[in-house]
Design a protein around this ligand. Structure first.
Ligand SMILES: [Zn+2]
Length: 375
């Protein structure tokens, strides 16, 4: 039963026939799991809280950093340096003290995902990486719960509700294979305008509320694409794939798998050379300390270089790297060329490019500037 205070709080909902007192009670008795308290999880959990969802679970192991505040409106100046979960709980309870916030201070993994998600009605995928996105999809499928998906890239975003148990396709029907690791830049590399996750995360909250109320039509089998620069929403039909390895007729994925391996991303950042054409940051340091005669190239973006750099490295962002080819050729194909980036992904592509061009003494600095700073 709603208290007098709650009835006053939710007054604007009651004249909506899709909500009313009964719908409000339903919201109060419902629970939503937000995977991530970042750009998407911020607006979705805030609006779910304000709307009166009874229980909100949040999974996030991170601490609030200054660069989060440009988009992660759950957090603020006063919560810099503390856990995102504590920050989120304080903010949510400031908006609505009737909401119970459940804090899962960990990564969402194959080991804990089923146990955590089993306790909630709906999953909101607020992740920013492919392994967790596939995991969120598969967990939702096995538990027969809707998975509200959104993702963002620069000025574009997309949204869908994956729920094979309600008749729609799953994320794997749309994207059976993850893209090559390194081929899709992360938000940190590609940039994101802070309002964009605000819009997509708000759409996720709306879809969760609609599902709980049984109101309207969820975007099952529909991918909603938003282009912020042209202010255009477009819609693509998604079909359930009978060959889908998860929700198809002869599934090969019958339990949670190793998603890091599936997506080709190493579980821990590799910082030890594993093959030809690779050197460690320790070896790089040794070379720089003993009179390095080759050339060290940093293929990150200019702004990344401004945040942190090795002063003897020459900045040539990956996109402009081929324009340097003639200059490198005049130095000779056996010149020692060391290439680094943030974590070693982009630089590996530059090294591969040089190998194809006939260079013989080119090495990727494994682990990149991140590993350099851990020296
Ligand atoms: Zn599927």
């Amino acid at each position: 039963m709603l208290s007098t205070e709650e009835k006053a709080r939710y007054a604007r909902h009651f004249s909506l026939s899709q909500v009313g007192l009964e719908g409000q009670e339903r919201l109060k008795n419902s629970s939503v799991l937000c995977i991530g308290a970042g750009g998407l999880g911020s607006p979705s959990s805030l609006y779910l809280a304000a709307a009166g969802i009874g229980r909100i679970g949040i999974v996030d192991p991170d601490v609030v950093e200054l660069s989060n505040l440009q988009r992660q409106i759950l957090h603020g100046q006063s919560t810099l340096g503390i856990s995102k979960l504590d920050s989120a709980e304080a903010r949510i309870n400031e908006i609505n003290p009737h909401v119970k916030v459940e804090k899962h201070a960990c990564h969402f993994t194959s080991e804990n995902a089923l146990t955590i998600a089993a306790d909630y009605d709906i999953i909101i995928d607020g992740t920013d990486n492919f392994p967790t996105r596939y995991l969120s999809n598969d967990v939702a499928f096995f538990l027969k719960k809707p998975n509200i998906y959104a993702s963002i890239f620069r000025f574009e975003g997309q949204l869908s509700v994956f729920a094979p148990h309600l008749g729609g396709p799953c994320y794997r029907c749309m994207l059976p294979e993850p893209p090559d690791p390194g081929s899709v830049p992360s938000c940190a590399e590609a940039g994101v305008l802070g309002v964009l996750p605000g819009i997509l995360g708000s759409l996720q909250a709306m879809e969760a509320i609609k599902l709980i109320l049984g109101a309207g039509t969820p975007p099952l089998g529909r991918l909603i694409h938003y282009d912020a620069l042209s202010t255009a929403f477009r819609e693509f039909q998604l079909r359930r794939d009978p060959e889908c390895p998860l929700c198809g007729e002869n599934p090969s994925v019958t339990q949670l798998i190793d998603y890091q391996a599936f997506c080709g991303t190493p579980e821990c950042q590799v910082t030890t050379p594993t093959g030809p054409g690779e050197i460690s940051v320790e070896q790089l340091q040794e070379k720089l300390n003993t009179g390095f005669g080759g050339i060290l190239i940093d293929v990150r973006e200019t702004w990344e270089h401004e945040v942190a750099n090795i002063d003897t490295a020459r900045l040539v962002p990956l996109a402009t790297f081929p324009s340097m080819l003639d200059e490198l050729k005049t130095m000779g194909v056996d010149t020692e060329i060391l290439i680094l980036c943030k974590s070693g992904m982009r630089s590996a592509r530059a090294v591969e490019f040089l190998f194809q061009q006939g260079f013989t003494n080119t090495h990727n600095v494994v682990g990149g500037i991140d590993a350099w700073h851990r020296l």
